[in-house]
Design a protein around this ligand. Structure first.
Ligand SMILES: NC(=O)c1ccc[n+]([C@@H]2O[C@H](COP(=O)([O-])OP(=O)(O)OC[C@H]3O[C@@H](n4cnc5c(N)ncnc54)[C@H](OP(=O)(O)O)[C@@H]3O)[C@@H](O)[C@H]2O)c1
Length: 249
């Protein structure tokens, strides 16, 4: 498979890291220094984003800033085969208005793409579903959704999620330090907790995990009481609601 990636930022690099061994990648960008960096690091082909970049019949992955869409679109000529956009908040309608392609797909990766562990959601033309999922699975897990509404909700969970969980991780570590643990030890504990928790979550429903740890009148029950008193569930549900509302805009 051949793929033209437009953009040379953090996400482009994370994605290329995952795909360059299996996919014939050409990177298009306006910064020659970054193009040279990609050539040296991944041995991929590069093209300057000058006026008249021909994308006819190509699979194109768009990884520029959302506000740059019009500016970049003006420089593209021809009709792509598949346009796979990772631009947050940019609808398929808006992509269609700006860039010609036979098929359009929106994908929402997350920061873990840098370690090939992104939880990416996709939606769009079913004709290209297989190819788009193939690309996204190279840098993590991929889940096809049936509408852009679902993609916006998923963005609030998997896109913003690393920031939400970072707050959980940081505050648990702070809690340990507050009670007298060394900072480094507290951080190692939290990292190990998240690593093990992934396995637990892969095998058991969260309610079962909680019930299994929470013995009558025990340590965990006391902690859960404090979390519930501070509306932990309501806080997370509200965070997803607010993030989704923003994603729609
Ligand atoms: N970071 C995330 O966690 C994440 C997650 C999901 C989706 N996304 C989406 O991924 C896209 C890229 O994000 P990123 O984190 O990789 O951003 P980034 O590191 O800031 O890179 C942005 C890229 O856009 C290019 N660009 C900006 N304005 C341009 C213009 N007018 N003409 C041509 N190129 C232009 C930049 O080129 P220069 O380097 O030359 O300025 C750079 O290559 C965004 O649309 C974002 O919504 C990001």
């Amino acid at each position: 498979m051949k793929l033209t990636i437009i953009g040379t930022g953090k996400m482009a690099e994370a994605i290329i890291e995952g795909i360059y061994r299996d996919i014939d990648v050409t990177v298009v960008g306006r910064d020659e220094g970054k193009l040279k960096y990609f050539q040296d690091k991944f041995n991929v082909k590069t093209k300057p984003l000058s006026y008249s970049v021909d994308i006819s019949n190509e699979n194109v992955l768009l990884a520029i800033k959302p506000f740059a869409l019009r500016d970049v679109a003006r420089k593209l000529k021809g009709e792509a085969l598949m346009l796979l956009s990772i631009l947050a908040g940019v609808t398929i309608e808006s992509l269609r208005e700006n860039i010609k392609s036979q098929y359009y797909i929106r994908a929402m990766p997350n920061l873990a793409a840098a370690y090939q562990k992104s939880m990416t959601t996709l939606t769009g033309d079913e004709t290209c579903k297989k190819e788009a999922v193939f690309i996204c699975e190279k840098f993590g897990k991929a889940l096809w959704l049936s509408s852009e509404k679902e993609l916006d909700i998923a963005t609030a969970i998997a896109g913003s999620g690393p920031a939400f969980l970072a707050l959980v991780a940081e505050s648990m570590s702070d809690g340990g330090v507050n009670e007298g643990l060394k900072r480094k030890d507290s951080e190692i504990l939290v990292q190990g907790l998240f690593e093990g928790f992934y396995e637990l979550l892969s095998h058991k429903h969260p309610a079962i995990i909680k019930d299994e740890v929470m013995s009558p009148g025990g340590t965990t029950a006391a902690g859960v009481e404090a979390l519930e008193k501070n509306k932990v569930r309501f806080s997370f549900i509200s965070a997803i609601k607010r993030a989704y509302k923003r994603a729609k805009k």
